[in-house]
Design a protein around this ligand. Structure first.
Ligand code: GLP
Length: 249
């Protein structure tokens, strides 16, 4: 059973406000905060809420740094489905985080060198303070698919057919996601000082229950989070439903 703390809200927009305020507090308390950032549909309202918070309160990211979890191999940064493009559109272009401190894995050249460089850059910043994570329907975190080692480092990962299918709607008509991505490893993720996992919608209910109610197992990558001492799960009622049912809450 898990040590994670759960915060359950009635809607995705309430989750987004709560996560934005959690990140805002971290950045206010330590302006040099190192953020670990995630993409996916779940995070669209979260970045929107964080941008609104920054505009309304003057929250500044000028001294912060960020490292995204992953990037598709072979997509140009300006491809509409690249995670660089996503981050620019939803977050970076709206805030004052310096461009040279808003990093994603470099997935265009020598992937092995890029993976090592990414790990070194994270270490040079003193590690990640707050790591944001979504969860795939099969329990993946970043692009660490079922079977990934819990001590894995940043590396090239192969996407499963179910992840490719789930992410195809992010691509222009007629295009499908590349078969590979560079992702932080589960070991990299577990070194973050604090972790915030976000899950919204009924499609995530099974994965969330599997991650936190069963013994940790590589078949469910998110279950590795049971080994971390500071995980907060922000979710809506729909994503929490299966945990609620199985735990009688
Ligand atoms: C992608 C990303 C993950 C993300 C997951 C869920 O494959 N690599 O970081 O958490 O899918 O995405 P969504 O929020 O769109 O359901």
């Amino acid at each position: 059973m898990t040590k994670a703390q759960f915060q359950v809200f009635p809607s995705p927009s309430a989750v987004a406000k709560a996560v934005a305020s959690h990140i805002g507090e971290a950045v206010r308390a330590r302006p040099q905060t190192v953020l670990g950032l995630a993409t996916g549909k779940t995070f669209v309202p979260i970045y929107e809420a964080l941008v609104a918070l920054s505009q309304e309160t003057g929250l500044s990211f000028a001294e912060a740094s960020s490292f995204n979890l992953d990037e598709y191999v072979g997509l140009a940064p300006n491809h509409p489905a690249s995670f660089r493009h996503y981050m620019e559109e939803h977050f970076f272009r709206h805030i004052d985080l310096p461009a040279d401190r808003a990093l994603l894995p470099e997935a265009g050249g020598d992937a092995e060198a890029a993976s090592l460089a990414y790990e070194a850059a994270i270490a040079a910043r003193g590690g990640i303070d707050v790591q944001l994570l979504g969860i795939g329907r099969n329990g993946h975190i970043g692009f660490n698919e079922p079977g990934s080692a819990f001590d894995g480092r940043t590396q090239v990962a192969k996407l499963t057919p179910s992840t490719i299918a789930a992410n195809t709607s992010d691509f222009p008509p007629g295009e499908v996601p590349p078969p590979e991505a560079i992702t932080m490893g589960i070991g990299t993720i577990l070194e973050a000082h604090t972790i915030v996992l976000v899950a919204t919608g009924a499609a995530k209910a099974e994965a969330l229950a599997r991650a936190f109610l069963r013994a940790a197992d590589v078949d469910c990558p998110a279950s590795a989070l049971q080994r971390h001492g500071n995980v907060t799960v922000f979710c809506d009622d729909a994503a929490y439903a299966e945990i609620g049912r199985q735990s009688g809450k």
